[in-house]
Design a binder for this molecule. Structure first.
Ligand SMILES: Cc1cc2nc3c(=O)[nH]c(=O)nc-3n(C[C@H](O)[C@H](O)[C@H](O)COP(=O)(O)OP(=O)(O)OC[C@H]3O[C@@H](n4cnc5c(N)ncnc54)[C@H](O)[C@@H]3O)c2cc1C
Length: 382
């Protein structure tokens, strides 16, 4: 058992850490305040190869592994979660389904630009009427000659409406299974396809520099060849994508939790109350010690899930545990970091205010905490 990082992983972590501090930290608060998408940061992340991290070199990737992506996400989220979720969704939800389930032609067409960060892709599973219960999917796709005709809508889709969004992969009901359940498939819809409308961005509580939209499909026609993977395998495909994605979200949550420790430590040494730095008071020391404890244990949980996944072992339960624990810890640490900052913690100019606003979604997105508990209980045989 060895939790030390390899030289390659350590070098990657350090370079992303430097990038987050030097290139993201100085500009992200303004994007957040104005709700603007950080194109320049995305361009730089593309140049660093971050969008291609876990993909083979023959498709334009960096030849790294999924754990490398997690390390990058942790370091980015330590400074800002909007940037981190943009990368997470682009890789894990956008490019990965095409890499895993696409035909040679689909990979050749889309992966080079997605892995270089020149273009982004979204993954549309959630609908206005259903999220946790994918069986409630209402969006339909009907074959008409050599085209799929898609009707329906998707809610809260990340990276779906930027200037560089190339496509969205959507889940749709394409028929009925022999047992009477819905046959679900995934279909690639390129941006700009007639009948595909992207609504204006949501007004969100957090992740304000990330891109999220509702999408509608109104007799939207795409070629039959845009089916991603086998017809009727949509359910199995997105379960696999979400299992992996949970490890990535856990890493992102650990980054936020660690960022709260960083900011609190700094502030506790500077801020004076009753004639001493507040970090001299045991009440504050214990808060920070508990925050470090939580970030550390959540990190071990995602390292464990990632190690199992990379070893080809079952990792569903461990991914759910990592996501559940890390998101809880992120919310806890954001609350305590804000408390340590007193009134300044409620001011948007302080990073901890952003961390607080960004933490809650981690208990909701890519499977709510209740869904994680359902997965763990089911895996235990209940
Ligand atoms: C900013 C943002 C970005 C997102 N990005 C994407 C994206 O890129 N692609 C995408 O497809 N989706 C995306 N989502 C959607 C997200 O994954 C869903 O919001 C989430 O899965 C929950 O679904 P829901 O909102 O429909 O809640 P519901 O499923 O309606 O759940 C409501 C509540 O009921 C609970 N609940 C539901 N079923 C049960 C049960 N059986 N037992 C106990 N409790 C239960 C839930 O845990 C939750 O607390 C995003 C959401 C946000 C806010």
């Amino acid at each position: 058992m060895d939790f030390r990082l390899s030289e390659e992983h350590e070098a990657l972590r350090d370079s992303v850490r430097d990038f987050a501090r030097e290139a993201v930290a100085p500009v992200i608060a303004e994007h957040y305040e104005r709700h603007t998408f950080p194109y320049e940061i995305v361009r730089q992340m593309g140049k660093m190869g971050l969008f291609g991290l876990p993909f083979p070199e023959e498709h334009g990737g960096m030849g790294g592994d999924y754990f490398a992506l997690c390390l990058a996400l942790e370091e980015l989220a330590r400074v800002d979660s909007s940037v981190a979720i943009t990368l997470e969704a682009a890789v894990s939800l956008g490019a990965m389904p095409i890499h895993r389930f696409g035909t040679d032609e689909q990979r050749a067409r889309w992966l080079p630009k997605l892995l270089s960060g020149e273009a982004l892709a979204g993954f549309g599973l959630t609908e206005p009427g259903t999220g946790s219960d994918a069986g409630g999917t209402q969006t339909r796709a009907v074959l008409d000659g050599d085209e799929w005709v898609i009707n329906g809508s998707k809610a809260f889709i990340t990276n779906s409406g930027t200037d560089i969004t190339a496509l969205v992969t959507v889940t749709a009901v394409t028929g009925t299974n022999p047992d009477g359940s819905k046959e679900l498939s995934t279909i690639i819809v390129p941006s700009g396809t007639p009948g595909f409308t992207v609504a204006p961005g949501y007004s969100k509580v957090g992740w304000n520099a990330s891109d999220t939209h509702e999408l509608t499909f109104d007799d939207c026609r795409v070629p039959v060849g845009n089916l991603l993977g086998e017809r009727g395998r949509g359910f199995a495909q997105f379960l696999r994508i979400l299992d992996e994605g949970r490890i990535a979200i856990a890493a992102l949550a650990v980054g936020l939790a660690q960022g709260c420790v960083d900011e609190s430590l700094k502030y506790a040494k500077e801020r004076q109350a009753f004639g001493r730095p507040i970090g001299n008071y045991q009440a504050i020391q214990f808060k920070i010690a508990d925050m470090e404890l939580k970030a550390h244990t959540a990190r071990l949980a995602y390292y464990d899930a990632a190690a199992r996944m990379l070893a080809g072992e079952p990792f569903k339960r461990q991914a759910a545990i990592a996501k559940l624990h890390a998101s809880t810890v992120a919310v806890d640490n954001a609350r305590e970091a804000t408390q340590i900052h007193g009134g300044y913690g409620f001011m948007n100019e302080y990073p901890v205010a952003r961390f607080w606003r960004d933490s809650k979604i981690l208990e909701i997105g890519e499977g709510t905490s209740e869904v994680q508990r359902m997965i763990i209980a089911r895996d235990l045989g209940l």
